[in-house]
Write a protein that binds this ligand. Sequence first.
Ligand SMILES: Cc1cc2nc3c(=O)[nH]c(=O)nc-3n(C[C@H](O)[C@H](O)[C@H](O)COP(=O)(O)OP(=O)(O)OC[C@H]3O[C@@H](n4cnc5c(N)ncnc54)[C@H](O)[C@@H]3O)c2cc1C
Length: 350
Amino acid sequence: MNYDFIIIGQGLAGSLLAWRLIERQQKVLVMDDRRRTASSMVAAGMVNPMAGMRFNCHPRMDDWLNAAMVFYQSLERFSGKRYWHPLNMQRLFRSREQRRFYTRRLDEKICQRYLGPELDQTDVPNLVQAPYGGFWQYQTGYVDIPSLLLDIGHWLTQRKALLEQVCDYQQIKLSDRHVSYGDIRAKFLIFCEGYRMQANPWFKALPLQPDKGEILTLTSNENLCKTIINSAHWLVPLRNGDYRFGATHQHQGIDNQPTRQGEKDLRQGLDALLTSSEGLRIKSHLAGVRPATRDRHPFIGVHATHWRLGLFNGFGARGALTIPWYSQRLVNYWLDSVDLPAEANIERCI
Ligand SMILES: Cc1cc2nc3c(=O)[nH]c(=O)nc-3n(C[C@H](O)[C@H](O)[C@H](O)COP(=O)(O)OP(=O)(O)OC[C@H]3O[C@@H](n4cnc5c(N)ncnc54)[C@H](O)[C@@H]3O)c2cc1C
């Protein structure tokens, strides 16, 4: 029962990290409680280089996107399944003033790859209301994260590298030579528990800002849209003909249970986006908790005194886009002694 790495959590973060470490011939064991609270299983998986009200584009965007595309496509070659679904996005202005931000971005070189022209009236689907217009966005789409996690989980099980149980922190023992959990020993242990890191005795002091989100899966008699529609809420046409609609944001009363209020808010959002919701049926209503951080950067690094314990967390609302790149950085740090990106290193919080 000797391993190089134990990983706690098989959400998107733990899964991709395990994959990359195994690719580098490391002996890995992942422990997860059957994804009981995985926000990854709820997420729409959207990739949007220009999120936010002001359509900001992060300076690392090209790197994030390239790493994400390379990673998802190589996984697709391995499994023969599709996870990445490219779809252009129609971004609708929420007010007349918001158009200013779009025109500003047109002059920024870093944004140009992702920005399209303003929407023509005929571009907008019949059932969608766009009173202030909008613009096209490129390099967008969604990752089918639940299928990807189930497939990686299956692959780990076949390798006898997945233990489906809750990690009881009290059972983790540290020594100079290894970290152990019962009779399992490893050189290092990395926590990827999503928002439940709040209960982690070694890392709970870090400023996590959990963000609960509720989301609907819809079916419709009408063709609602063929591209992603993104306004105050977003509507994603799925490959199987269903739609995902979301999402709410809530910073109090954090759990992963869907609520009446959440459904009410989403129904109101649908009424604001669509001219009619006739023929629409809610197929599922789910909730999860985004592991967001106060400064919106991930939490990556090693414990200040217990250097055998690591953390890979804090991916907030953009795990699908950023986890492929940051998982590579963490592997390079551990195996090749390359520095971690400063903005994500947990040393910034000390
Ligand atoms: C409604 C909603 C919509 C979203 N939409 C998007 C989107 O469109 N695009 C996007 O990029 N992101 C989206 N997100 C965010 C996305 O879910 C996260 O960025 C990402 O999935 C986080 O992955 P993670 O592995 O860090 O955490 P999680 O997915 O939460 O995984 C943590 C895992 O650890 C397990 N675990 C925790 N503690 C223990 C323990 N003690 N023992 C054993 N197992 C444990 C959990 O059960 C879980 O399986 C959305 C989130 C929500 C809630």
